[in-house]
Design a protein around this ligand. Structure first.
Ligand code: PLP
Length: 430
């Protein structure tokens, strides 16, 4: 192995990844040149989707016969609740459920009522099912369409960085202006809203928040939301809270809903999903709640694009929301045990990591010894040398650089195996 100018060992695998990236870029350029139809600029402006690069490398590793442990994507592996699957089985047999979903239909109404009941039970916030609840084909779809519904080319969306990529990509896709607010571990990944200057504020229309936070695992308390709502009301900015991990708290009080802030209703919407709490990611079922005018515009946008959710899935989702909830507590317990095994193991192997208090992710600063590597390079090293897939932090925005994210979506035994393999990488000569 050769020493680089920085003094850090440059593993041969890094040469490979650089070559791979260059090749991909050249291929992409060549493909663009050959194209009869150029992609729209809004598509060209999107950042490189790092998961596709890792998918390529993973496919190559699998071809070489490597047993890959994939902790890259937050794609839950646990089986969904049995009673919900049974309900889906019953519902698919009803011919009426195979027709288009219509906003005024029976199951559509029952789903909205179930969401409002679930919300009232969980957060003690009452919602009008008819106007303050909107079911979605997954929350990602809803967030993307919300940006499309509201952003003009001279409207700014404020997005803390790092973030779940759809928060910033949806702004670019909608043709709006993206303004990142840097966040850091030092400030618990909470944005300093008062750091945004007046010129920017004048053009700002939306603010994205999301706690418990993917990828950093940070949480926010009600006081933070109260301040954010007060600030946003003053500047007339819509607040979008992505609450995908509402149930995933391992320590401390339950995560608050932004709608628990009394003054939130005129300007806030909150996004939820059944993908994580009920392990139903492939079903594509999420929902938005909150301000009725914002939701009406989102529903209007969607009415031009989609025909709603498969009705059998809507009926089964009613069962998920109104049926027994022990499942949720059980899976949070499972993820907590996985966290203890994985993070505890890495800590013992000498990787200085904090124990995450929420979500099912591990946000890991690249060890000092490897700090001359980018997060993509380090993730590639883990992939090639340990057969473990992690998401490079830079995929969540430039302020995610210096970190990788592991998703705890494999059983404990596989996580133990991952630790053993990563330990060998950490012990690599430097
Ligand atoms: C913060 C956050 N929001 C939204 C989503 C998307 O969820 P859905 O499956 O409802 O589209 C995810 C998925 O990983 C997420 O992490």
């Amino acid at each position: 192995m050769k020493r680089s100018q920085t003094g850090v060992t440059r593993h041969p695998v890094l040469k490979q990844v650089k070559a791979h990236l260059q090749k991909r870029q050249a291929m992409e350029m060549a493909r663009n040149e050959r194209r009869l139809f150029q992609e729209a600029n809004r598509l060209k402006r999107l950042p490189l989707y790092l998961f596709t690069i890792l998918d390529d490398l993973k496919a190559q590793a699998l071809q070489r016969g490597i047993d890959v442990i994939d902790l890259g994507m937050g794609n839950p592996d646990l089986p969904p609740p049995a009673h919900v699957i049974e309900e889906l089985g019953r519902q698919v047999k009803d011919p009426a459920n195979h027709r288009y979903s219509r906003p005024g239909g029976d199951v559509e109404r029952r789903l909205k009522e179930a969401i409002a009941a679930w919300y009232a039970r969980k957060f003690k916030v009452s919602l009008d099912p008819a106007t303050e609840v909107l079911p979605l084909i997954g929350s990602k779809e809803g967030i993307a369409h919300l940006s499309l519904a509201f952003l003009n080319h001279d409207d700014i969306a404020l997005v803390p960085n790092p973030a779940y990529p759809v928060h910033f990509n949806s702004v670019v896709m909608a043709g709006g202006i993206l303004y990142s607010i840097p966040t850091s571990a030092e400030h618990h990944y909470l944005p300093n809203l008062r750091s945004v200057n007046r010129e920017v504020l004048k053009m700002s229309k939306m603010l994205f928040l999301s706690y418990p936070h993917n990828p950093t695992t940070a949480t926010a308390d009600l006081k933070f939301f109260q301040d954010a709502i007060g600030w946003a009301a003053h500047h007339k900015i819509m607040v979008v809270h992505d609450f995908a991990y509402s149930d995933f708290i391992f320590e401390g009080p339950p995560a608050p809903s932004i709608l628990q802030v009394k003054e939130a209703r005129p300007l806030a919407v909150e996004f939820h999903t059944l993908s994580k709490s009920y392990s139903l990611a492939g079903w594509r079922l999420g929902f938005a709640v909150g301000n009725r005018d914002i939701l009406a515009s989102l529903a209007k946008t969607k009415s031009y694009v989609d025909f709603g959710i498969f009705r059998a899935i809507q009926a089964a989702a009613v069962r998920a929301l109104l049926g027994p909830q022990d499942y949720v507590a059980d899976i949070v317990h499972t993820y907590r045990k996985r966290r203890d095994v994985f993070v505890g193991g890495l800590q013992r192997a000498g990787w200085h990591l904090p124990m995450p208090k929420s979500t099912f992710y591990v946000w890991a600063g690249i060890p000092l010894k490897f700090s001359a590597l980018t997060s993509l390079e380090f993730a590639t090293l883990l992939m090639q040398e340990a057969g473990v897939v992690a998401a490079p932090g830079s995929g969540f925005g430039e302020y995610g650089e210096g970190y990788v994210r592991f998703a705890l979506v494999e059983p404990e035994a596989r996580l133990k195996d991952a630790v053993t393999r990563i330990e060998k990488v950490l012990a690599m000569e430097s």
